[in-house]
Write a protein that binds this ligand. Structure first.
Ligand code: PBE
Length: 285
């Protein structure tokens, strides 16, 4: 009984609190607090003078809010990025960003700890060659979204792309040594890191994937706690982390070009630019 009462009270308080925020401001549905896109969105709120609150969540939470809103035809604005399966599933668009807060064309980079190349030249060279196209990465993300385990989705990708995989591996013969790959639990990086793991394993390495938040990930590469990562969105998205750690890590290469981040809305939302968000604030509550 007490539990019921308490729960009721918490729910009630939660609702009231939320309603009063909703009264004042529109909401932008965000993802994990440490993501670069969250930092840029705080800057966007500031620089565009947006009367909006950024709600942090997770990549999965954002995607389920988006799905719910679209299923009921509601307006929603989320922090979004490409490649991502949501663009295959829904009709979505980026809001124009005339101030360029989110940068232009982004790339996903491979980073390694200093010394990784000398300690493990074979694994390093695979990392430096690992690159693919947006739609290739998105296909793995979509397979996972459709219910495959990340491992299975990666296995299937590898089985379907033997030429690409051998272009990454080349003549490298791994000696079974351990490679630790840091990553963040974003849908995009779950997909790519699982594929990289399988590729390194196929080449003869033992791979450990270590999931951490974005800030700690850059730190881990810089201190050598992990060997490498392919979770770096640059030059703009994670510039705060890169500026802090650049001197203490190695920029290995580009894993994917033509990436993009920004504020994303369903197609039926009738504005086209971040500039216009304040004028339709009430629709986004
Ligand atoms: N993202 C997707 C990340 C990288 C992967 C755009 C959410 C970010 O740092 O914001």
């Amino acid at each position: 009984m007490l539990v019921v009462l308490l729960t009721g009270c918490i729910l009630l308080c939660g609702c009231t609190g939320e309603q009063s925020t909703q009264m004042q401001k529109g909401k932008i549905i965000g993802i994990e607090p440490g993501a670069g896109i969250m930092q840029k969105t705080e800057v966007a709120i500031q620089d565009y003078g947006l009367d909006y609150t950024l709600v942090s969540s997770s990549s999965a939470g954002m995607a389920s809010e988006l799905t719910k809103a679209i299923n009921s035809g509601k307006w929603i604005v989320v922090t979004g990025w490409t490649p991502h399966w949501k663009f295959a599933r829904f009709n979505l668009k980026y809001l124009d960003d005339p101030k360029g807060i989110y940068g232009g064309e982004e790339y996903i980079g491979a980073l390694a700890r200093k010394g990784f190349e000398t300690d493990n030249p074979g694994a390093y060279v695979i990392l430096s060659r690992f690159s693919w196209a947006s739609d290739e990465m998105a296909s793995v993300m979509l397979a996972i979204e459709d219910g495959k385990t990340p491992e299975n989705a990666a296995d299937e990708y590898i089985a379907a792309h033997p030429d690409q995989v051998s272009s990454w591996i080349g003549s490298v013969k791994g000696d079974g040594s351990l490679v630790t790959v840091g990553y963040v639990l974003w849908d995009s990086e779950i997909a790519s890191t699982n594929v990289l793991k399988k590729v390194l394993e196929q080449a003869g390495y033992t791979v450990k994937m270590v999931a951490v938040d974005a800030g700690p990930l850059y730190q881990a590469v810089s201190t050598g706690d992990v060997d490498c990562t392919i979770s770096a969105w640059l030059p703009t998205t994670q510039s705060t982390y890169m500026d802090k750690y650049r001197d203490n890590l190695v920029e290995v290469g580009k894993v994917l070009t033509g990436a993009k981040v920004g504020l994303v809305v369903p197609d039926y939302v009738t504005i086209g630019s971040i500039d216009e968000l304040n004028s339709v604030k009430d629709k986004f509550q």
